[in-house]
Design a protein around this ligand. Structure first.
Ligand SMILES: [Zn+2]
Length: 371
């Protein structure tokens, strides 16, 4: 497109660019055909969820921008006696005082959709998953019977969008075929002089409010809170507490916080959890990466089980908090955006990367119940 190359920022000098205006960012969105199975905004969610016949939907919080945060559930809830909160039960050396999870027949799995608004790959994945649970098919019309059979053997807790304000601010709806600098603009935003906030520097100001903020990145809700780094002991935004409340009440066996990045699909080492939980997630990663390999899809190297520490220790983030409130094996998943200067995958492959992860998570937990 001629118009595209008239734009001040072209591919040749992209690496040197450290600033962008909203107007420039909008001009850089390529003319692409975004497939119908892709879900890159939150406006359609309410309508979609009204039509559910198998799953149940509820609103667990409202964002500062007035947008609902939905929880969609499948499978009966098995009530367990709760005598203590998780950390007191651990203090008692009786985790079952929080919940005797082994007494449940079905695994309980929590899927936390993007808390970073530009990372819509899992929003697409989870809405497709919901369609699979409803009809047996994904939104491409492809048969996903195997996934549905596995899903029916679990209790599924699906929060399709963990930060709807951030998703609503994400105008391109997908970064597929775009570049790292587009991710920097839409993901973390800019300072008032139009320079990129960048990663991880965007985290040095929180909430992201004030005169020095330019374009508010999609990391943040409308009040500048990044739910991944909320103050879990004294919450600043409504999203993270609502997500954690679901975890506390349901006691999932496995929980995932979905993100996206420039490189290959990666299950990250969960920080500030026990080494046993790290080992458990590492085994899941091993199986998932093998499954991706079978489908000719890319995957990262396995993380190392490690104690916390070092000059720059990992933060205690939403994934850590999910463990500490519910005892769940919790992890962060990073999906490729399909950037042209990153891991190059297309829309279809991104959906497969998502659905295969869900499949492996379900299978992994169902197999544990048989032991
Ligand atoms: Zn993220």
């Amino acid at each position: 497109m001629v118009v595209l190359f008239n734009c001040a920022l072209t591919i040749a000098n992209a690496a040197d660019i450290n600033s962008m205006t909203l107007e420039q960012a909008r001009q850089r969105v390529p003319e692409r055909e975004i497939p119908k199975f892709w879900v890159g905004d939150v406006t359609s969610l309410e309508k979609r969820f009204e039509k559910l016949t198998v799953g149940r939907v509820e609103t667990i919080a409202t964002s500062p921008g007035g947008r609902p945060i939905h929880l969609v559930t499948y499978g009966r809830r098995e009530k367990l006696e709760q005598k203590a909160n998780f950390n007191s039960a651990i203090g008692a050396r009786e985790p079952q005082a929080y919940m005797d999870k082994a007494a449940r027949k079905r695994p309980v799995i929590l899927f936390v959709g993007p808390v970073h608004g530009a990372e819509v790959e899992a929003l697409t994945g989870l809405v497709n998953f919901i369609n699979v649970m409803e009809t047996g098919k994904d939104l491409r019309g492809r048969n996903q019977r195997k996934l549905r059979v596995l899903g029916r053997r679990c209790r599924l807790l699906i929060i399709p969008a963990g930060n709807p304000d951030g998703v609503a601010r994400f105008e391109p709806r997908s970064l597929c075929g775009m570049e790292g600098i587009d991710l920097r603009f839409w993901g973390q935003g800019t300072w008032s002089d139009d320079t990129f906030c960048g990663w991880p520097q965007s985290k040095r100001q929180h909430p992201m409010v004030g005169d020095n903020v330019g374009f508010l990145g999609c990391y943040f809700n409308d009040k500048g809170i990044n739910p991944m780094h909320d103050e879990f002991f004294d919450p600043m935004g409504p999203e993270a507490p609502a997500i954690l409340k679901v975890a506390k009440e349901e006691g999932p066996d496995l929980a995932v916080s979905f993100h996206s990045h420039e490189s290959k699909p990666a299950i990250l080492r969960p920080a500030f959890v026990t080494t046993e939980i790290q080992e458990d997630i590492r085994s899941l990663a091993e199986r998932y990466y093998a499954l991706l390999g079978e489908h000719d899809l890319p995957f990262s190297g396995l993380f190392k089980v490690e104690p916390e520490g070092g000059k720059y220790p990992k933060p205690f983030n939403l994934t850590s908090a999910l463990y500490h409130i519910s005892g769940a094996s919790s992890f962060t998943f990073e999906c490729p955006h399909g950037l042209k200067d990153g891991c190059q995958v297309n829309f279809e492959q991104i959906l497969d990367i998502q659905l295969l992860l869900y499949e492996e998570m379900l299978r992994y937990e169902i197999e544990k119940k048989k032991l």
